[in-house]
Design a protein around this ligand. Structure first.
Ligand code: DLZ
Length: 510
């Protein structure tokens, strides 16, 4: 008899009811395979909460599929026969179910896609790899856009996507007259404002089992498992998103770049882990924000700021990743080679802004984008930390981090290690920026107003040291014309002091 059964593999970041690998599934015949495997759990030292979030979300998703009459074969990490890899689990399932075909949605990561392609040679069955239709721009469409461009700038891609979707458009022109309201997204938080507290979810049976598993199997991984406040099902993720719309959205735009001591989430949506694992769909969140903006007459900078992150940045970095992998990782613009300091894993540093941002990352498996870019990333850039180590850290600690999104953001935007392919200038800043955007400096042992000497904020002299050291590469960059004019006017003695302070600081960095 002819075999007609398909094996449909669903990965831990493909937890969407409309994932293409489930299209035209036969409830009578087909089997969905989901597996917790050591290979994925250990390819970087994932934060404990990231592991618990992904495994819990996978188990909930499997239960939801089964409630809908779908046949799911689910391997838990601790199952005795678990081979520890996708390939091993697929092989076992093929033998168990006598399938004639594997169906899978293309993976988010290049490494895993190579594995899928290899299966065409190693398994004696057809392997159908379907496009991931959850993105708003396909890989093919991005390539076509890229071919039409001299430079691959996010802003131009974003405008293209605004035209494609018609979002925030008015007769072919940007709504409100401007494409980008980034300038209006940079207000510092007033002292008196208090951010509404977020309600945690209850720890259900699935979460508790998984938290116990992670605590037992990964005791030395970064971060703490508790408090575990992540939503782990589509229903819970929708609740988080609705709360964002009703409670936080109206202030999100103006305070997008603000930072405040011990306020780890401020007005951010904190939905990136849910979109990146598939619990929420990027189109649905954008449409809901557009609708709320109209209904509540919210300021354009709020709505545009949100749409820019999801329709612009998120789709753009994914496009860059698939356009440039696997070579993308190889460049290292500044030949940066300093090892990651130990405090990245403990937050034990006397630079208060860095302490706050790393502490937030380790406590929550999350930090908002300005902490990631302008505090932790800025420090990594200015001190010349090795790109590979910084990238592994970002991929490990954040619950939303999968290589397709982490790598361009870290390699390109944070470290400018891609020779400026992604960012038009390095995101380098002195203490003045941190002081303007946060209240961190007032709690810090260093003095942000001092430029040199033992008490001076290290970001101050490290910033000028970075520009001085990289004159050859950066001084012709138009976007850096102003700081280079200042640097040119600096006296020799002043530059000597900058170099001395920076070298003393860097030699003490462990
Ligand atoms: C991140 C992750 C982890 C930690 N564990 C699993 C797992 O056990 N099983 C699984 O299907 N997916 C996991 N993931 C997500 C995968 O790493 C992700 O799907 C691939 O990197 C492809 O993007």
């Amino acid at each position: 008899m002819k075999k007609t059964r398909s094996l449909r593999l669903i990965l831990g970041d493909q937890l969407s009811p409309d994932i293409s690998s489930l299209d035209n599934i036969s409830l009578a015949e087909d089997v969905v395979l989901m597996c917790e495997v050591k290979e994925e759990a250990t390819y970087v030292p994932h934060h404990k909460q990231k592991l618990a979030f992904i495994f819990s979300a996978m188990r909930h998703f499997s239960a939801d599929l089964q409630d809908n009459g779908i046949n799911v074969d689910y391997t838990k990490l601790d199952d005795l026969n678990n081979t520890g890899s996708f390939s091993g689990e697929v092989k076992r399932a093929l033998q168990r179910y006598k399938c004639h075909k594997i169906i899978v949605t293309e993976s988010g990561e290049w490494r895993v896609l190579q594995m899928f392609k290899n299966w065409r040679k190693t398994f004696d069955v057809e392997v159908e790899i379907r496009p991931d239709t959850r993105f708003l721009c396909s890989i093919e469409q991005f390539k076509q856009w890229a071919d039409s461009q001299k430079q691959l700038r996010m802003e131009n891609f974003y405008r293209y996507m605004r035209k494609q979707t018609g979002w925030l458009m008015d007769n072919g022109k940007p709504l409100g007259g401007k494409w980008n309201y980034d300038n209006a997204n940079r207000k510092a938080l007033p002292k008196t404002i208090s951010v509404p507290v977020r309600k945690p979810f209850e720890i259900d049976r699935i979460k508790q089992d998984v938290m116990d598993l992670v605590a037992r199997r990964f005791p030395d991984n970064p971060g703490e498992i508790k408090p575990f406040n992540w939503a782990v099902s589509r229903e819970q993720a929708q609740t988080v998103f609705k709360t964002f719309i009703n409670t936080y959205l109206e202030n999100f735009g103006q305070f997008q770049d603000a930072m405040k001591t011990d306020e780890d989430f401020l007005y951010h949506a904190v939905i990136s882990p849910y979109i990146n694992t598939g619990l929420l769909n990027p189109r649905e969140v954008c449409e809901a924000v557009l609708k709320a903006g109209k209904k509540k007459s919210l300021p354009i900078e709020t709505i545009e700021g949100f749409i820019r992150q999801v329709l612009g940045w998120r789709e753009y970095v994914r496009g860059i990743y698939w356009l440039k992998m696997p070579e993308y990782v190889e460049s290292n613009t500044f030949d940066a080679n300093r090892p990651l300091p130990g405090f990245f894993w403990t937050a034990d540093t006397d630079l208060f802004c860095l302490h706050q941002s790393i502490k937030a990352s380790l406590n929550n498996a999350y930090a908002h984008h300005i902490q990631r870019l302008m505090i932790i990333g800025n420090f990594a850039l200015l001190t010349g930390l090795t790109p590979e180590a910084v990238e592994e850290w970002y991929l490990s600690v954040y619950a939303d981090a999968f290589e397709w999104v982490e790598l361009p953001n870290t390699h390109g935007m944070v470290l400018y290690a891609d020779e400026g392919l992604l960012a038009s200038k390095p995101y380098a800043a002195s203490g003045a920026y941190i002081h303007r955007m946060s209240d961190y400096c007032q709690h810090c042992d260093y003095n942000v107003k001092e430029k040199n000497g033992q008490n001076a904020c290290p970001f101050n002299y490290l910033y000028w040291y970075f520009l001085d050291k990289n004159r050859g590469r950066l001084s012709q960059n138009q976007r850096l014309a102003m700081p280079y004019r200042t640097l040119t006017k600096m006296t020799k003695d002043k530059i000597k002091m900058v170099r001395k302070d920076a070298n003393a600081f860097l030699s003490g960095l462990k």
